[in-house]
Design a protein around this ligand. Structure first.
Ligand code: ADP
Ligand code: MG
Length: 455
């Protein structure tokens, strides 16, 4: 019969572990483990979540061999059952600082002082979806619908201005609206560090810790890359992080790079990877146009779609796209001018120059085409005329004309062809893309691929 049992061997292990780990780690990770049954052949342990199991095996596998049965393979003979999570009972709420709910008005005010604001424009409804951010958006919605129950932590990463903060705040709004009892704290890493510094100065660090460990149900942390090279704060963050995760409290983190590229301790990187790591990419041209037009509409501005395409083709970063829109809007209002190509050129000239055209080479284009069309660069450079090769080669020529500031003769020379071959290729592709959605998308993918290579 399997039942929860007092187990001498496990008590001995815990006594041993107490001497080799910090008190907080012991309480957060080892105390919640229960022995379900034990025999000379195996021991069955109940853990609150998979992370506790991983923590135990990662840190104590060798030590465990002295206390628990051992398999013929030399591994500890342990079996794990994951505790069914019941929100109401919260069976392992063991924060390092005793959980104190704000009991009177004063304490409530103190807690409110730490709370950060959400940008009211950053909502799921205003976040435009395309193939580059669909996955991330649905992961964010999943977490917002069932905080602490799906992916924890959710780690969102991607380049600057691609909507990470927008999604983070959208999660915050959604939870505040649909799970009214949950207390949401959204904070930038900089602000988190500043709070610690301030509270150390004011000798109120315990209050701050109490706030994070007992008055927060959902923690949204923006730009975790700023934790790099701040060792002291890293530890404080790691402790808060573990306490919250152990209580099934949702954490969402944004970053400009994936966890493995962060210069943080291995322990910290591993924690970032516990849940779901999701990448947010550069939106494709259609999505950029949709974003531009939606933002224009919010400003009461109409941009004809050919012009929206032109702007979105040249500007890939959404924040810059918004900057472009603000300028256009200001100019057209002040000058009472309608938005046309001339106004676009005049007001956005410098933004257009931000695109790294100078750095783009034939090689970069060939590489981009090769990876999207799955053909070899040597074949693109060769003379083979099968359709599989001829079309991607023409695409490479078309993009070379578009992206490289060189004469057709020079571009032709790089391909070992005449300028009229390049011209023919460009015309062919221009005609084909108008009726071939798939080809248009492929070309756009190559453009993004090139952007990434030359960034
Ligand atoms: P990041 O945090 O990744 O640097 P932000 O979330 O601050 O980027 O986004 C920059 C701007 O672009 C914000 O104003 C945001 O509303 C807007 N934005 C980014 N992606 C989208 C999108 N898919 N739909 C609508 N707006 C977007
Ligand atoms: Mg941001």
């Amino acid at each position: 019969m399997e039942q929860q049992q007092q187990c001498e061997a496990w008590s001995q292990f815990l006594n041993f572990a107490k001497t080799s780990t910090s008190i907080s780690a012991f309480h957060n990770w080892l105390s919640p483990i229960e022995v379900v049954s034990h025999s000379p052949e195996k021991m069955v342990l109940k853990v609150p979540n998979i992370f506790v199991k991983e923590y135990l095996l990662t840190n104590f596998k060798q030590d465990l061999l002295s206390f628990v049965p051992v398999l013929p393979s030399g591994e500890p003979a342990l079996e794990f059952v994951i505790e069914k999570h019941d929100r109401k009972t919260r069976p392992f709420l063991i924060p390092q600082v005793a959980p104190v709910k704000p009991q009177d008005e004063k304490e409530e005010q103190e807690a409110a002082a730490f709370e950060a604001q959400l940008n009211s424009h950053y909502r799921f409804t205003t976040f435009i979806e395309g193939s580059s951010n669909q996955f991330v958006k649905s992961a964010a919605i999943g977490v917002a619908n069932r905080p602490g129950m799906t992916y924890n932590p959710l780690f969102l990463h991607g380049g600057v201005g691609l909507g990470k903060t927008h999604l983070l705040h959208s999660i915050g709004h959604h939870i505040r609206e649909h799970h009214k009892r949950l207390r949401v704290q959204c904070i930038t890493t900089e602000a988190f560090i500043n709070q610690i510094v301030d509270s150390l100065k004011n000798k109120s660090i315990d209050k701050l810790k109490r706030f994070y460990r007992s008055s927060v149900d959902v923690l949204l942390v923006d730009d975790i890359q700023f934790l790099q090279n701040r060792t002291n704060f890293e530890e404080e963050f790691a402790n808060t992080f573990e306490t919250l995760i152990n209580q099934h409290k949702q954490i969402v983190i944004t970053c400009d790079k994936p966890p493995t590229q962060l210069k943080l301790s291995e322990r910290m990187v591993a924690r970032m990877e516990w849940g779901l790591v999701a990448h947010i990419g550069v939106p494709d041209i259609e999505t950029r146009v949709a974003i531009l037009q939606a933002k224009a509409e919010q400003k009461g501005l109409t941009i004809p779609s050919t012009m929206a395409f032109r702007i979105a083709e040249l500007i890939h970063n959404i924040r810059q796209l918004e900057g472009a829109l603000n300028r256009l809007s200001a100019h057209s209002r002040l000058m009472h001018a309608t938005i046309n190509d001339e106004l676009i050129d005049r007001t956005l000239k410098d933004l257009f120059h931000l695109t790294p055209k100078e750095k783009i080479t034939i090689e970069t284009i060939l590489k981009g085409v090769s990876s999207v069309f799955q053909v070899r660069v040597t074949d693109l450079k060769g003379h083979g005329r099968t359709k599989d090769i001829a079309l991607p080669r023409q695409v490479a020529m078309f993009l070379a004309k578009e992206l490289i500031n060189e004469s057709l003769v020079m571009i032709g020379a790089s391909f070992g062809k005449t300028h009229s071959t390049i011209l023919h290729a460009c015309k062919t592709i221009e005609t084909k893309v108008t009726g071939d959605d798939m080809l248009r998308r492929q070309i756009d993918m190559v453009r993004r691929n090139i952007d990434m290579q030359s960034a």
